[in-house]
Design a protein around this ligand. Structure first.
Ligand code: FES
Length: 111
């Protein structure tokens, strides 16, 4: 089951920027890359809960603003020597609108 929910316009998120969507499971960070791809992940770094939505987006990754852990936006996995992961959520763009599958918003076990 899916429940694609309109969470705003793509143009409302700057390139390499993010916005936070408040959901029933907590804050989800929605990122826009330089290539106009969008990704949705938890807005809490697996290290010490840093706000990933305030991190630096590069390619398909984000660097946490607190201690520089790098996480993939598409897989949620930490990169380099770091370990940990965040949940990722289904998201897509249609007609310039960002749609988040709110039916999939539940806490999953991450490695
Ligand atoms: S809280 Fe993100 S790297 Fe420490």
């Amino acid at each position: 089951m899916t429940n694609w929910t309109d969470i705003g316009a793509l143009e409302d998120i700057p390139e390499r920027g993010a916005r936070v969507v408040k959901t029933h499971i907590g804050c989800v960070a929605v990122f826009r890359t330089i290539d106009n791809e969008v990704f949705a992940i938890d807005d809490a770094c697996p290290h010490k809960g840093g706000p990933l939505s305030e991190g630096i987006v590069h390619g398909r990754s984000v660097t946490c603003p607190l201690h520089n852990m790098v996480l993939r936006l598409d897989t949620g996995l930490a990169q380099g020597a770091d370990t940990g992961a965040v949940n990722t959520y289904p998201i897509r763009v249609e007609g310039g609108r960002i749609l988040l599958d709110t039916a999939k918003l539940r806490r999953a076990q991450v490695a």
